[in-house]
Structure formats: C-alpha cells, structure tokens
Write a protein that binds this ligand. Structure first.
Ligand SMILES: [Zn+2]
Ligand SMILES: [Zn+2]
Length: 194
C-alpha cells in the first residue's frame, strides 16, 4: 500500500483557531498538459505549505515547485524548467454526501485529512508556460525548408513582406508611374527687363 504524500492530518490543527502547521511534501500529481508544455507523469513536485486553522476551515499558503518540459514554439527544440507557484487557498468542511458547490472557490475538507493534491494540480496548471521559447531571441525554423535558422541562413528567398522586397516594390512603382520632370516648365519669366 502506497502512502499518499499529499494527505495532511488536521485533527490537532483544528482543535483551536490560530493553530499553525508547516508541511513540506514531495510527490507526483499525475500528468498535466497545457498547450506546448507539460508536467510529466513521473515528475516530482514539491509543496512547502503552511496550514492555518481559521474561522470556517483551514487556510493553506503554499510555494509549489514543479519541473516542466515542452517544445520551443518557434524552433520546436525541447525546453524545460522549474515553475514556482505561490498560492493561498481555503479548505472548508463539506459533508460526504454534499455535491461540490460550483460557485465556491474553496477545497473540500473531509474527515481528519486535508488533501493538498488538488491545490497543487491547480497551481501547476495555472503556471505551466503556454508558449515556451528556448531563448528570447530564438530565430525559429525557415517556413520554406524547415532549416533551423538559429544555426545559420538556409538560402531560401526571403518570404513576402520582407523589407528587402518592399524596397524593390517601391523602386518598381516609381518607374511605372514615372512622369519625370512634370515640375515647373521653363524659366518662369521673372525679372523681365524693360
Ligand atoms: Zn527555439
Ligand atoms: Zn529555407
């Protein structure tokens, strides 16, 4: 039988308001995925939590650290890092039969254990990078041949809208509609001598 690392006993904590308990727990929360990044199924997540017995339940403040992996959104190379998430949430007692209240933004407290797992999962989901980059100035892939432009140019013609082509278009336009020398014709008679 495996021990669930996210369960914290709360009986003594709830005996009086103002009681506080520090807990650091490490474990897995299952795979989580957001667009181009994910928390692996085997990833070890750490939660440093402070549990406070307050009026109406238990307030949990936690710092969560989770390793994530993903793909650079421009060059598709593997990227990764550790996200750090700060949360403060309420757990309120809820009888076993009672359906979850959709409007209430709290976690349920059932029996003598508080389950940190849903809080940790929600925090990681919120902070997984949606569109990660391998580095801020990643040049990405050539849209024509797929070459990695971080490793040099590929020789494909520049895509439409490239500034170099825009300059050519301006030159062509000038030739096409050119009416050279339409400005003032001839020496305007000035200073006619009498
Ligand atoms: Zn990249
Ligand atoms: Zn190319």
């Amino acid at each position: 039988m495996t021990i669930n690392p996210w369960l914290v006993p709360i009986t003594s904590l709830r005996r009086s308001l103002g009681n506080r308990r520090h807990e650091t727990r490490v474990g897995r929360v299952g795979e989580l995925r957001v667009a181009d990044s994910r928390l692996g199924e085997d990833a070890e997540v750490e939660a440093e939590a402070v549990l406070d017995s307050v009026d109406g339940g238990i307030e949990v403040s936690a710092t969560i650290r989770a390793p994530w992996v993903g793909e650079c959104r421009r060059c598709l190379k593997p990227v990764g890092g550790t996200l750090v998430s700060e949360v403060r949430e309420m757990y309120r007692p809820r009888p076993p039969g009672e359906p979850p209240d959709q409007d209430e933004e709290t976690y349920p407290l059932r029996g003598e254990m508080l389950d940190l797992c849903p809080l940790v999962r929600d925090a990681v989901l919120l902070d997984l990078p949606i569109a990660p980059l391998c580095r801020a100035d990643c040049a990405g892939l050539c849209p024509m041949c797929g070459a990695d432009l971080n490793e040099g140019t590929c020789g494909c013609p520049p895509p439409a809208g490239d500034p170099r082509w825009a300059a050519l278009d301006v030159l062509r336009g000038a030739v096409g509609s050119g009416e050279p020398g339409a400005a003032g014709s001839g020496p305007a008679g000035s200073g006619a001598s009498a």
